[in-house]
Write a protein that binds this ligand. Structure first.
Ligand code: F6P
Length: 364
C-alpha cells in the first residue's frame, strides 16, 4: 500500500444477501479510479477490534466476485457492535468499542468507513458517526424494509427465489389437487411475500401489515374449489399474524432461549387442512432466499451503491446513506433511514393490483 494515497475502510455487517460482493467490487473500482485505497474489514465491525482483521482490496483481489452470493469479507450478525436488541429496541455502543474503532482507523490512516448493512448495522454506523467516526451507510437486506430508499439490493434475488419455488410448487400442487403453503422471509415487512406472491401466481398472500382471518382463507380456497380450481398457492410472510393474535416465533437451535420469527406457514397449513378438508402441505423457503447468485438487477444496484458510497466518501458527506429513488442513486441522512422500518402500505397500488387480480390477503 502506498503511504500517500487516501484510504477508505469497508465492511459488511448483519445477515448476508446476494449483491454484497457487487457493492465491494464497485466501491473498490471507483476508489481505484480516484486513486484511493480500500481496506476491507473482516467479519463485519468485529474486524475493527483487536486483533484487527482486514484485507487490502484492489481490482485484482475483487476480480470475479460480482456474481457470487454472500460476502468475501465475512459478516457478523450479533457481536460487540450490536445496537438493536429486538424488534425496535435500541441500545448504546460501548464507549470502549468506539475508542478501539477510532484507534484502528487512525492506525491504518483510514479517512472513513463504508458500512454495508441492514437497519441494525446502519444504526451502529449512525452511532459511530455521532461519536466522531466518519461513516457512510449502504442499505442492504433481502427484506427491502429500510426506510428512505425505494429498494435495497438482495431483495430482487430473494423474490426470484420465491418465484422459482412457487413455479415448482404449482406443478406438484396441480397434480395432487393440493393446497401448498410457502413461508417466506421478510421479518416484520411483507415485501418479499407481496412481490414473490404476485410474480409467482399466489392465490392468497399473508403479510404482517394486514392481519389475517383463518376462516376467510378457508372460504377463499373453498370458493376456488367450487369454481373448479382444485389446487391453490398460499404465500405466508414469516411475520404474518392473525387478527387478535401475535407473531409466530420459534426457538433458534443452539442458543439459550433465543427466538426468531417462524412457524406461520405451518400453522396456516394446519388450519386450512382442518377447515377445508383439503390435502395441504407447507414448505419453509428459509435461507435459500439469502444464498446463491444475485440477479442482474442486484448486481447493477450493488455496483451503483458501491460507486455512490465512494463518491460520498470523496465528497466528505459523512453520516449519509446511499439511497435509490426514481431510478437514480443519491443519498439521504442515515438518521432518516433508521428511525423506522419501511413496511407495505395496505392501501398501496401494489396491494390494490394484487386484489384486482383476485389475490386474497385473508382479511375479514
Ligand atoms: O433480515 C434478513 C433475514 O433473512 C430475515 O428475513 C430473517 O428473518 C432473518 O434475516 C433470519 O436471520 P438468521 O440468518 O439470523 O436466521
Amino acid at each position: 500500500m502506498s503511504e500517500s494515497k487516501k484510504r477508505i475502510g469497508i465492511l459488511t455487517s448483519g445477515g448476508d444477501c446476494p449483491g454484497l460482493n457487487a457493492v465491494i467490487r464497485g466501491a473498490v473500482r471507483a476508489a481505484s479510479t480516484m486513486n484511493w485505497e480500500v481496506i476491507g474489514f473482516l467479519d463485519g465491525y468485529e474486524g475493527l477490534l483487536s486483533p484487527v482483521r482486514y484485507q487490502v482490496l484492489d481490482r485484482q483481489s475483487t476480480a470475479g466476485i460480482m456474481h457470487l452470493g454472500g460476502t468475501i469479507l465475512g459478516t457478523t450478525n450479533k457481536g460487540h457492535f450490536i445496537t438493536k436488541v429486538g424488534h425496535g429496541d435500541k441500545t448504546g455502543l460501548d464507549p470502549a468499542v468506539i475508542a478501539q474503532t477510532k484507534e484502528t482507523m487512525a492506525g491504518l490512516g483510514i479517512e472513513c468507513l463504508i458500512c454495508i448493512g441492514g437497519d441494525g448495522s446502519l444504526s451502529t454506523a449512525q452511532q459511530l458517526f455521532e461519536a466522531g467516526v466518519k461513516t457512510i451507510g449502504v442499505p442492504k437486506t433481502i427484506d427491502n424494509d429500510i426506510d428512505a430508499t425505494a429498494m435495497t439490493f438482495g431483495f430482487d434475488s430473494a423474490v426470484a427465489c420465491v418465484v422459482d419455488a412457487l413455479d415448482r410448487l404449482h406443478t406438484t400442487a396441480r397434480s395432487h389437487k393440493r393446497v401448498m403453503v410457502l413461508e417466506v422471509m421478510g421479518r416484520y415487512a411483507g415485501w418479499i411475500a407481496l412481490h414473490g406472491g404476485l410474480a409467482g401466481g399466489a392465490d392468497v398472500i399473508l403479510i404482517p401489515e394486514i392481519p389475517f382471518d383463518y376462516e376467510v382463507i378457508n372460504q377463499v380456497l373453498l370458493a376456488r374449489e367450487a369454481e373448479g380450481t382444485f389446487s391453490s398457492m398460499v404465500v405466508v410472510a414469516e411475520g404474518a399474524k392473525p387478527k387478535d393474535g401475535d407473531y409466530f416465533t420459534r426457538h433458534i437451535a443452539g442458543t439459550h432461549g433465543e427466538t426468531a420469527l417462524g412457524g406461520a406457514g405451518e400453522q396456516v397449513a394446519r388450519s386450512i387442512a382442518e377447515g377445508t378438508g383439503k390435502e395441504t402441505r407447507s414448505v419453509v423457503l428459509g435461507h435459500l432466499q439469502r444464498g446463491g447468485n444475485p440477479t442482474a438487477l442486484d448486481r447493477i444496484l450493488g455496483t451503483r451503491f458501491g460507486v455512490a458510497a465512494v463518491d460520498l466518501a470523496v465528497a466528505g458527506q459523512f453520516g449519509s446513506m446511499v439511497s435509490y429513488q426514481n431510478y437514480l442513486v443519491g443519498s439521504v441522512a442515515m438518521i432518516d433511514a433508521i428511525s423506522k422500518i419501511k413496511r407495505v402500505k395496505p392501501e398501496s397500488q401494489m396491494v390494490q393490483t394484487c386484489r384486482e387480480v383476485g389475490i386474497s390477503f385473508g382479511e375479514a
